[in-house]
Design a protein. Structure first.
Length: 146
């Protein structure tokens, strides 16, 4: 997600958190009701597009804090903060797999960064003023000898 997309999604999430404070909490992310995007689209018609809602929810649910909240048996919230289902063991396993993939990707990135040392390419030696003066003296000496 680009910085611009992230900023737009963050702004949309701020709007959703203001409108639905019992459902969207940045500091205490809780699992959301399955299909909550349809409820948000209907409620926010005229304020946000379906694409804005999808991006905001992807931003919210794609975070590490949200994925960690997906534990089997945890309650899912609707827009009013009421319970609307629970997290299944399969959903918890999927969240754990996603977290492991993040850790692995981060480790690979750190290893690549450590390996990728900048290589200094040695180009031709730059001539200094002293080099130029010496070359001029040698030229004069060759011309006089000839």
């Amino acid at each position: 997600m680009s910085k611009k997309s992230r900023d737009l999604a963050s702004a949309a999430m701020a709007l959703l958190a203001e409108r639905f404070p019992h459902c969207f909490d940045e500091r205490n992310r809780r699992p959301l009701k399955i299909g909550i995007n349809a409820d948000v689209i209907v409620t926010m018609t005229g304020t946000m597009t379906a694409r804005d809602v999808a991006n905001a929810l992807r931003f919210y649910t794609g975070s590490v804090l949200y994925q960690r909240a997906l534990t089997a048996g945890a309650g899912r919230l609707d827009l009013d903060g009421n319970l609307a289902g629970t997290v299944t063991p399969e959903e918890e396993a999927a969240a754990l797999a996603k977290q492991r993939a993040w850790v692995a990707r981060k480790a690979v990135g750190a290893a690549n960064t450590a390996k990728a040392k900048p290589q200094v390419v040695a180009g031709p030696k730059r001539l200094t003023l002293a080099d130029l003066k010496q070359a001029a003296k040698e030229r004069k000496r060759r011309q006089q000898a000839a």
